[in-house]
Design a protein around this ligand. Structure first.
Ligand code: ADP
Length: 882
């Protein structure tokens, strides 16, 4: 019994004990029960055990318990009860039925231990495990546990982890070397060794190829606490395949774009270059010093401030982005233009930028284009030419400042309007359609158009409109018009036209003046030279008188030459020379001219020789002769006594050149420039050599009129060489010309012929009468006016009539008209002998029907040659009129 009591005491000290009847009503509780539940004993005895129910267990829990104990068996379990103060406590219960005399349960005894602290600890541990599992499943990575041999112990996949196919549960228990190829297994072993060795590893690469696809992982992990002496590690496998692919694409894009990448760590000033960065600057990969200072030394001095301002402004948050253009020095020394962009990719804990990554693009070509465009723009904007550009619908899209100034508008006034908005109504109606048609046809248009300013003033524009077409389909894109204000030009040309008309009128007046002066001078000169020539042959004169006559003749001839040359020059300058180009044989021309100047040369003992002259030139025969004669006579005039003159020819580049070389004193180099100026005698005017200073200027004008060139070289003390060149003539033509030139006039034996001379000037009548008396056995008769002349003509029926033009009452033209109308006299050649020596007079005379037109003062040899020729022709003509 004592031992039973001791047992009961021990039980009361450690356990919570209660006894209930079969319905659960409490019969007995120990102190521990009251202490734990907080109820006083009297509040418990007689009450049902339900009083302590916590509500934490469902009905099935209690039903199971009751069915066990009511069957007479003990029940064990953890039960949650509620204290008097409402708080919960957990007890581990053993309920045992106490049988009665009949063996059936009579009461129940319940012994409990307070397990609340243990339960709370278990609950916390369970919660922690659940949280860990939830946390792990939230990580989008795979967790693998490896032992130190590289065996897979555990594999867990994160919620969004896609590498199930790589790290599948089949790997469990296998070794990394069995599971993967050498490379991947090696990478896993590196991570394993690092994690186990140093306790941690991070960001180690792992490439695994599965089903032909390359996966890229980053491994981080740590050693696990040793459990069973076998060392293990947990590795977090981060699938970075997508990022790696993106990086590869990015690198490809950068590479393709030819851009360079820079990566600057601000704290260290270290900069990494990749992509085309170094190649862009002419360096090999890794050749550039990776520091900011080295980079700054390549930056163009003028760009330093701007670049720093932009960069630090961006770092300080003053700008949203960093984008700047500058020049960097290429390895070769020249600068290239760079467009640099960058972005902050790392900041310190306090928000300060730590790292900036950016791109460099080489924009040198773009800059050059921009510079060219800039230059073009400045050009367009600084030119005085107005420029406007219109679109395909002919609406103005650009006008330059010159346009604004010229038209008196601002660009905004005309932009968007049709380009004829500044034209006068008439121009818009007539010219605009022409311009549109031209440019839509793909052609340009040039011309004058009248434009109108807003203030109402008008002006003429000289425009050039060009279409600008699409290079692919040829459609019209723009039209481009450059124009200038042509009003002044038009006014100037009108003024010029007026001046020209006035000049022509003045020229006309000058010609009339020269014509009358020439007539006035020639008439007395005719008498002077004519009679002096007569006296020359008069044997009755003594030597002194002969000398005087010679002086008269010399002066008269000089005066005549002057008049002739001045008239010739005036005629050439007035553009009234009629040239008849024909093939001219150079040799014949030279022979003919030499023959004429031979007496002059002989008189001074000068030898005259052609040297290898040949070829045929194209030109007016008479004028060519005039030129060569002038050069030859100069070569003789300005030669030393006993000197020589040589004529030679050469053919070159389709031209024939004749050269006349003399052995005279030559011309000083300083004077050669004035050689072909009219009236410039180069200082010989006071010498004994006669001349007018006009001959060479006539020669130059004639040669040039015939398409040739004339020039001279000279050496003082040695002589001068004058040359002129003419286009070569066609050889066949030349042959024909030569043949016709050689036609001989048969000199037939002539009967005594009759010549009638009509002139109101008795001196002239006397002179010509004496000439015939000396030269020809002709019947010479004369009359002093036209009526008398006509009567004589009808009476004597002369073979030749010489007729003065200026006569009182009836002039020579009138008389000629009558003679031509008179059947018996209509074929008699009538020669004009007149002082009207202007080219116009000669033309008129020949056109009126004079057989020849001889001007006073008479050139006797020419006079006689004409008379001889006409009389010979008359003699050879069959007589038809009886
Ligand atoms: P001019 O009637 O005076 O001879 P030209 O027009 O024929 O007029 O020549 C102009 C000038 O050129 C001459 O006055 C002379 O000074 C110079 N001149 C022309 N030919 C020669 C030459 N062969 N030698 C030297 N001087 C010459």
């Amino acid at each position: 019994m004592d031992s039973l009591l001791a047992l009961r005491r021990a039980l009361d000290a450690h356990a919570i004990v209660s006894v209930t009847d079969l319905a659960g009503n409490i019969l007995e509780v120990n102190d521990k029960f009251c202490e734990t539940s907080g109820y006083p004993r009297e509040a418990l005895i007689g009450r049902n055990h339900r009083l302590l129910k916590s509500g934490m267990h469902d009905a099935a829990f209690y039903a199971s318990m009751w069915s066990t104990i009511s069957a007479g068996e003990s029940w064990q379990g953890d039960v949650c009860n509620r204290r008097l103060d409402g708080s919960l406590y957990w007890v581990r219960s053993t309920i045992t039925p106490i049988p009665g005399a009949d063996g059936l349960p009579e009461r129940y005894i319940s012994i409990r231990t307070d397990i609340t602290p243990l339960y709370e600890a278990e609950r916390s541990a369970r919660l922690a495990a659940e949280q860990l599992s939830a946390t792990l499943s939230a990580i989008p990575d795979t967790l693998i546990e490896l032992d130190e041999d590289g065996r897979f112990l555990r594999i867990g996949h994160g919620a969004e982890c896609h590498d199930g196919p790589v790290f599948c549960c089949q790997l469990l228990g296998r070794n990394v070397d069995e599971a993967f190829d050498t490379v991947s297994a090696g990478q896993l072993r590196v991570a394993l060794a690092e994690a186990i060795g140093s306790g941690q590893c991070s960001d180690l690469p792992l490439w695994i190829r599965v089903d032909g696809r390359q996966h890229f992982f980053e491994l981080s992990g740590s050693r696990l606490p040793d459990a069973d002496r076998k060392r293990r590690c947990l590795l977090v496998v981060h699938d970075a395949t997508r990022r790696k692919n993106l990086e590869t694409h990015f690198a490809f894009a950068i590479d393709g774009a030819g851009e360079g990448v820079w990566d600057l760590h601000l704290s260290s000033g270290q900069v990494k270059f990749s992509g085309h960065y170094e190649a862009m600057l002419g360096y090999a990969q890794g050749e550039l010093a990776p520091t900011l200072d080295a980079w700054l030394s390549m930056l163009h001095p003028n760009d330093r401030l701007g670049t720093r301002t932009a960069f630090f402004g961006y770092l300080a948050g003053q700008q949203d982005s960093y984008s700047v253009e500058f020049r960097l020095r290429h390895k070769d020394g020249h600068y290239i233009w760079i467009h640099s962009r960058g972005t902050i990719v790392e900041r310190s804990a306090d928000g300060l930028p730590q790292r900036v990554i950016g791109l460099h693009a080489d924009i040198t070509a773009r800059k050059q284009t921009e510079d060219a465009l800039q230059l073009f723009r400045r050009l367009v904007e600084s030119t005085d030419q107005a420029i406007r550009v219109a679109d395909a619908a002919h609406r103005i899209i650009y006008v330059n400042p010159a346009y604004e100034r010229m038209v008196g508008v601002r660009s905004e006034d005309v932009l968007g309007r049709r380009f004829d908005c500044i034209a006068t109504t008439e121009s818009a109606a007539t010219i605009f359609p022409l311009i549109v048609a031209a440019i839509e046809n793909g052609s340009s248009w040039q011309g004058l158009a009248q434009l109108c300013r807003p203030d109402g003033s008008k002006f003429f524009s000289l425009s050039s409109v060009q279409p600008i077409r699409d290079v692919h389909d040829g459609s019209l894109l723009y039209s481009f018009n450059t124009f200038s204000d042509h009003s002044e030009e038009i006014a100037r040309s009108q003024a010029l036209e007026t001046a020209l008309t006035e000049a022509n009128a003045a020229n006309q007046a000058k010609s009339s003046f020269l014509s009358s002066m020439s007539h006035e001078l020639r008439t007395p000169l005719n008498a002077v030279i004519g009679f002096a020539q007569m006296l020359e042959f008069d044997d009755a004169l003594d030597e002194d008188q002969h000398d005087n006559v010679a002086e008269i003749l010399k002066a008269g001839r000089h005066l005549l030459a002057l008049i002739n040359e001045v008239l010739d020059l005036a005629k050439i300058e007035a553009g009234r020379v009629e040239l008849s180009p024909e093939p001219v044989d150079a040799r014949e021309l030279v022979d003919e001219c030499m023959h004429l100047v031979l007496p002059l040369a002989r008189a001074r003992g000068i030898s005259l020789a052609p040297v290898a002259v040949s070829g045929t030139m194209q030109g007016d025969r008479v004028r060519l002769k005039q030129v060569l004669l002038n050069l030859l006579s100069n070569a003789i005039k300005y030669n030393r006594d006993g000197g020589s003159v040589q004529v030679s020819s050469r053919v070159q580049d389709g031209r024939l050149t004749l050269e006349v070389a003399d052995t005279g004193p030559g011309i000083p180099a300083g004077k050669l420039g004035g050689l072909f100026e009219p009236f410039n005698r180069l200082g010989v005017e006071n010498s004994s050599v006669e001349g007018t200073g006009i001959g060479l200027s006539i020669c130059k004008r004639l040669v040039e009129l015939m398409g040739g060139e004339i020039g001279a070289i000279s050496e003082e003390g040695v002589g001068s060489r004058f040359h002129f060149s003419m286009p070569l003539a066609d050889a066949v033509q030349a042959g024909q010309a030569a043949a016709s030139a050689r036609m001989d006039v048969q000199d037939a034996a002539r009967p005594r012929q009759r010549v009638l001379y009509v002139d109101d000037n008795p001196a002239n009548l006397k002179l010509v009468g004496q000439l015939f008396a000396r030269r020809h056995p002709v019947d010479f008769s004369s009359a002093q006016d036209a009526q008398q002349g006509l009567a004589l003509a009808l009476e004597t029926r002369p073979d030749l009539i010489l007729l003065d033009v200026n006569m009182p009452q009836m002039d020579g033209y009138q008389l000629l008209g009558i003679l031509r109308a008179e059947r018996s006299l209509s074929r008699v050649p009538v020669v004009a002998v007149t002082a009207n020596a202007m080219p116009r007079d000669i033309e008129r005379g020949l056109a009126a029907g004079f057989a020849a037109y001889l001007t006073k003062p008479l050139d006797i040899p020419q006079f006689l040659e004409t008379v001889d020729r006409l009389l010979a022709e008359a003699a050879s003509r069959p007589e038809t009129i009886a």
